[in-house]
Design a protein around this ligand. Sequence first.
Ligand SMILES: Cc1ncc(C[n+]2csc(CCOP(=O)(O)OP(=O)(O)O)c2C)c(N)n1
Ligand SMILES: [Mg+2]
Length: 410
Amino acid sequence: MSDSIPLSLQVPEPEVRPGGKPDFSGVNIPRAGTVRRPDVDASPADFRDLGYTIIRVLNRDGEAVGPWAGALNDEQALQGLRDMMKVRAFDARMLMAQRQGKTSFYMQCLGEEAISCAFQHALSPGDMNFPTYRQQGLLVAGGYPLVDMMCQIFSNERDPLHGRQLPVMYSSKDHGFFSISGNLGTQYIQAVGWAMASAIKGDTRIAAGWIGDGSTAESDFHAALVFASTYKAPVVLNIVNNQWAISTFQGIARGGSGTFAARGHGFGIPSLRVDGNDYLAVYAVAQWAIERARRNLGPTVVEYVTYRVAAHSTSDDPSAYRPKEESDAWPLGDPIERLKNYLIGKGVWSDDRHAQFAAEVEAEVLAAQKDAEKHGTLHSGGKPSVRDMFEGVYKDMPPHLRRQRQQAGV
Ligand SMILES: Cc1ncc(C[n+]2csc(CCOP(=O)(O)OP(=O)(O)O)c2C)c(N)n1
Ligand SMILES: [Mg+2]
């Protein structure tokens, strides 16, 4: 054993730390329009390369180009812009509300708005999302009332969930939005299970699972892919790669896998990568993957390449672990700006209309907030009844909870 060498562990490190110069030269970005669009029923073995590239539609000049362009008409694209602007205005107000002590906690999706907003429009009524905490765009684009979201955030007397969930952990069966669980990764096994149940029943509804880059390291992610692959579950498995998992850079969870999408290949699941800051590309790929599920062709893994512009949550300070200028250096730009430029280029939008709509949407969000605050905020006004804590969790309340409710005198 004289030639044995001391072993050492590989611990991946981010390219840059605070104070350093942001560097995304390692992110390989093909020109818009250059990645082919396979038929929905093509053999997955024939397009494995799509798990290593980035599907893009909007080019630098704001034009929609290539085989994935043309999935949306102007009115639908305008709707997308309005949805994303509403999400951003909503996030800004709720962040402020947290700073004012009206809620204990908030999570923004700044820079990632295109992903959930576009995806929601590709679904059909009855389909079910299993989201995490950064997909508020699914609800906003789906027309869920902003007031109801705010009442949940304020845990007030009109909170649809009666104060039983952490702020931002919404739930709406009618809007195809499964109750958010803070236990990340569970969304995947639940989405696959729901999709399998839909297939077993001979139903037509499909499911969508949501996970972040960091959470793909959870065993639930891998278990879900086994079941999805074996049973060809009608599910779209969305991975939002926003480069960070709180303070951990994406290279840790990705490990030796070239991309997150490539994880799907080991399970024989078709896997695509898409520019997550390109509303048109996100919609086109979502529609493609949803059609595969709907036509009983099985699951698809979709990795959205994006960047988490804001802090992880109101409890986080990213200046401790990444350069402040990193988001400005992100090469895929801002999803709202990019879609806005496209629509202006087409002659259906203008800077003036944009400014006017921004003012309108801010007024709408403010009005919703005033309405929500009438029903209370964290430290003032109406609260859910203590009795609600015991209701709606079990179908039949177990004896120990009945006893506790009696002891609480409610
Ligand atoms: C099972 C589990 N482990 C750990 C956590 C704590 N936690 C909350 S958010 C987070 C980071 C998740 O990062 P990512 O999956 O990339 O999603 P992102 O926040 O970037 O959207 C962690 C580790 C958790 N909520 N659940
Ligand atoms: Mg992340």
